[in-house]
Design a protein around this ligand. Structure first.
Ligand code: ATP
Ligand code: MG
Length: 591
């Protein structure tokens, strides 16, 4: 189907007036200093994320507003800001009673249950560092991360403890306290979280944390190699607040659903902190992905703003368009996506099937918050990740022969995406890897490791990760472009593209695709796809080989692992697969 290259937007497209409409003016007017005044701060110049997220609203009279709606597999539980304040006070007091030191690390290994949210916010309130781990990790990835992070406390459930932690416990001598939720009785070496919570008082003083005090530790997805531990500080809340306003268009009465698990940075920055900073009600689904269930949630919970990931959108597309037709969601007004490139096909699918385009945005574990986004304030060019948010300066750079970094001003030129340092949620280090951290900067610029282009209108276009770009017959080919072209074919649900060494052209473009339900792999379909891609991309860029796979290897956060497709194709070692999704037919939690 032929489609326009731009989705035009006007304020009247939104049921609720957007937070901003003028990109140039907002960028001009914005300063991080002004953004800070959106928060309260602590007396003496301190800032505490949990205070800003929870207690500030209670002090302002919003204690009865609902902070979370937890959707269990069969029951629903709501938690008000008031209750969240009391519960996090209890958790902070409990850490004090255990003698946990300020700045020590509290790891949380749990599904999306209330205890996880209470432990994260309670740790922040106490002045400890919170580190949520994705609950589907096996014992090894858990041990590696807890060792690297020097875990002092672990909050988990009895069942996860027995299955995953018991066997690695003796390798974690620094782990002093294991607190079990949903415990059935006394288990040696652990304490019952609920009992400790009951014993602790429900009023507490907020720790006088300073802007640069460490607050959160997040591990990257491990898409390109071994996951890195990124350190974030309390003042990151300023970015969370500003991006909640500019990129997600949060309004105080909104019902918001971020589908990411807090084990990934999106699930914390936008599944916990940002929505609370704006006083909205967040839906938390404790269950795993299920297309029918997700549409039902959008309808029944009357979700207004929905933040999800390309992999989830592709799975909804794969499930077919008959399911969404059974549901209506008139309150839904804004959909955003992050984590991987969002193929134009997916943006259009949103527009045509859900009635709303999907707003792609770009950021990383390292950036702590959304940096480049499609927003309510300007038209969407499907396939572009949007424009830098107010307060963010992004550019495209290249290195010269001496390794010096130079900014490329010419539009539409491919290079590495870089950001001018200084936004509050910028990571302050890779844990135990100072050198790698230093290498990520060139003077005032943070180098992201992603390749992109900027067009004449200031929109950024993702090309691929620096490691994934294919060099074929003198061309640099971004896998995203090829994957997007394949996705336009009605049979294709997912595509992953790699460069395969080739004597003549250097690297040959090879694609792996999985098919939508109702389509069968065959030589005829392969020929058809090769022809389709050649017509769309030209012979130099189109794949020469296509393999069919039932599904593509993904990280547990839902990203296609091209390095694994490549290693498998070439019979090379697979490298770090600690975040590889075990059963690739399910989607466990997206970053
Ligand atoms: P690792 O650094 O361990 O390899 P990772 O980079 O996948 O893992 P994250 O920090 O979770 O870990 O992901 C950030 C990366 O995800 C970005 O650098 C980019 O490559 C990709 N990404 C995120 N959002 C987008 C987007 N909207 N478009 C294209 N790519 C995106
Ligand atoms: Mg990365």
């Amino acid at each position: 189907m032929e489609r326009a290259s731009v989705i035009r937007k006007t304020a009247s497209d939104f049921g609720v007036a957007p937070n901003w409409v003028d990109y140039a003016e907002a960028r001009r007017e914005f300063s991080w200093e002004k953004a800070r005044s959106g928060l309260a701060g602590l007396p003496g110049g301190g800032i505490n994320m949990a205070y800003e997220a929870v207690d500030r609203h209670v002090a302002g009279g919003a204690g009865d507003c609902v902070a979370f709606r937890f959707l269990g597999t069969d029951a629903e539980r709501t938690m008000t800001y008031g209750e969240l304040a009391r519960q996090t006070n209890r958790f902070a007091n409990l850490l004090g009673a255990l003698g946990v030191g300020k700045g020590e690390r509290v790891f949380i290994l749990a599904g999306r249950i209330p205890e996880l949210y209470i432990a994260v916010l309670g740790s922040l309130k106490y002045g400890a560092v919170a580190c949520p781990l994705f609950s589907a990790f096996g014992p090894e990835p858990i041990a590696t991360r807890m060792t690297l992070g020097d875990a002092r406390v672990l909050v988990t459930t009895e069942s996860l403890y027995r299955r995953k932690v018991e066997k690695i416990r003796e390798r974690l001598p620094g782990l002093r306290h294991v607190l079990l939720a949903q415990a059935s009785g006394d288990i040696p070496g652990t304490a019952d979280l609920q009992r400790l919570m009951e014993q602790a008082g429900d009023t507490a003083n907020v720790a006088p944390t300073q802007p640069e005090d460490m607050a959160l530790l997040h591990f990257t997805s491990g898409t390109t190699g071994a996951p890195k531990g990124a350190v974030h500080v309390h003042e990151a809340a300023v970015t969370h607040w500003a991006t909640g306003r500019f990129a997600l268009d949060l309004h105080p009465d909104d019902i918001f659903w971020c589908t990411a698990d807090p084990g990934w940075v999106t699930g914390t920055s936008y599944g916990i902190i940002a929505p609370l900073l704006h006083g909205v009600t967040s839906v938390v689904d404790e269950a795993d992905f299920d297309a029918e269930r997700w549409y039902r949630i959008l309808q029944e919970q009357t979700v207004a703003v929905w933040y999800t990931a390309p992999t989830a959108i592709r799975m909804l597309m794969k499930a077919g368009d008959d399911i969404p037709r059974k549901y209506v969601f008139p309150q839904l007004r804004f959909i955003a996506s992050v984590g991987e490139p969002l193929n134009p096909e997916a943006v259009w699918w949103g527009q045509e099937v859900l009635g709303l385009p999907i707003h792609d945005n770009w950021w990383q574990t390292e950036t702590g918050g959304i940096m480049i986004a499609n927003t309510p304030a300007f038209d969407i060019k499907p396939g572009s990740m949007g424009r830098p948010l107010p307060g963010i300066d992004a550019c495209i750079v290249e290195r010269d022969a001496q390794g010096r970094v130079r900014i490329i001003d010419t539009p539409d030129t491919q290079g590495e995406l870089a950001l001018k340092r200084g936004w509050p949620s910028m990571f302050r280090g890779y844990l135990n890897n100072e050198e790698r951290y230093r290498k990520s900067f060139a003077g005032e610029l943070y180098l992201t490791g992603d390749l992109a282009k900027r067009d004449a209108d200031g929109y950024f276009w993702f090309v691929g990760r620096a490691d994934d770009v294919i060099k074929s017959a003198g061309h640099l080919i971004g896998p995203f472009e090829v994957e997007s072209a394949l996705m336009e074919h009605p049979a294709v649900a997912e595509a992953g593209v790699i460069g395969k060494p080739d004597e003549t052209v250097g690297e040959m473009v090879k694609a792996f695709v999985s098919l939508k339900s109702g389509f069968e792999a065959s030589d005829a379909l392969r020929m058809e796809l090769l022809g389709h891609a050649r017509k769309r991309l030209g012979a130099a860029v189109a794949p020469k080989e296509i393999d069919f796979l039932p599904s593509l290897p993904r990280t547990r956060s839902g990203k296609i692992m091209r390095r694994l497709l490549k290693a498998r194709e070439l019979g090379l070692p697979e490298g770090d697969t600690s975040t590889l999704e075990g059963d690739t037919s399910t989607l466990e939690g997206q970053s």
